[in-house]
Write a protein that binds this ligand. Structure first.
Ligand SMILES: Cc1cc2nc3c(=O)[nH]c(=O)nc-3n(C[C@H](O)[C@H](O)[C@H](O)COP(=O)(O)O)c2cc1C
Length: 225
């Protein structure tokens, strides 16, 4: 008679048990007060448009990993944020900086529209203005960062922009995190239907995989804090 508990079922059962234990541990960490917050930064001047929706999609996926991870979308659309200058400008970034200094900050997901195969100037300004976080305690260091980009073309420069954002955030000591197969680099979305991203199923999937991966890495790093 064939044994009905094969090597394969053993491995599957053990894998499921390990995953359950790991999720239970992360739940324990969050309930112990070691909570974590993932901020999504949408860097299009057009408030609430495709970039903001893509970042929100990634944040929804963060919550599906562990509902106790807090998330917040910071939509830079309509805000006035200048690039870095030796005399710090007084503008809308002043209200954002404290959120980045929050000790509960566990990671970032930064999204930009593709502008001329590059990140938006608003995204660049945001990254430059994080400069105070490089001083002293280097508050962003060892925290995961994921990136996504939305373009009007199928091959409009999304991958270039994701790389630009991740490379820049290395300067803050952040840990670049991609999505999961097949979206290893991060979120790459195609605004192919007049600002309606629902037509771009693979792109939305890449944003979800990115959010899930950033959440998982944030939880793992939380245990070591
Ligand atoms: C100034 C400007 C430059 C753009 N450059 C590109 C580009 O190089 N490649 C591309 O595919 N789409 C380009 N687009 C299209 C946007 O990336 C696309 O519409 C995106 O969805 C806009 O994001 P939003 O809806 O969040 O504003 C450009 C749009 C603007 C306004």
């Amino acid at each position: 008679m064939k044994p009905n508990f094969t090597r394969r079922t053993f491995i599957a059962t053990a894998g499921a048990a390990a995953l359950a234990t790991s999720l239970a541990r992360s739940a324990e960490e969050t309930s112990k007060g070691k909570s974590v917050k993932i901020l999504g930064i949408a860097c299009s001047p057009r408030k609430g448009m495709t970039t903001a929706r893509a970042v929100q999609t990634a944040l929804d996926a963060v919550k599906s990993v562990d509902a106790r991870i807090a998330v917040e979308l910071i939509d830079l659309g309509g805000l006035s944020i200048a690039g870095w200058s030796p005399t710090p400008p007084r503008d809308d970034f002043d209200a954002i900086l404290p959120k980045l200094r929050d000790p509960k900050l566990g990671g970032l997901i930064i999204g930009s529209p593709v502008y001329f195969r590059s990140l938006s100037s608003l995204c660049k300004a945001f990254i430059e203005r994080c400069m105070p976080l490089r001083e002293g305690a280097m508050l962003l260091t060892d925290k995961p960062v994921g990136a996504l980009a939305v373009a009007g073309g199928r091959n409009g420069g999304q991958e270039l922009v994701v790389q630009q954002i991740l490379t820049a955030m290395l300067s803050y000591g952040m840990v670049p995190v991609g999505g999961k197969s097949p979206a290893m680099l991060g979120g790459t979305l195609w605004n192919n239907a007049k600002d309606d991203l629902s037509q771009d199923e693979p792109g939305l999937k890449s944003a979800k995989l990115l959010g899930a991966h950033v959440a998982e890495v944030a939880l793992k790093l939380l245990k070591n804090r």
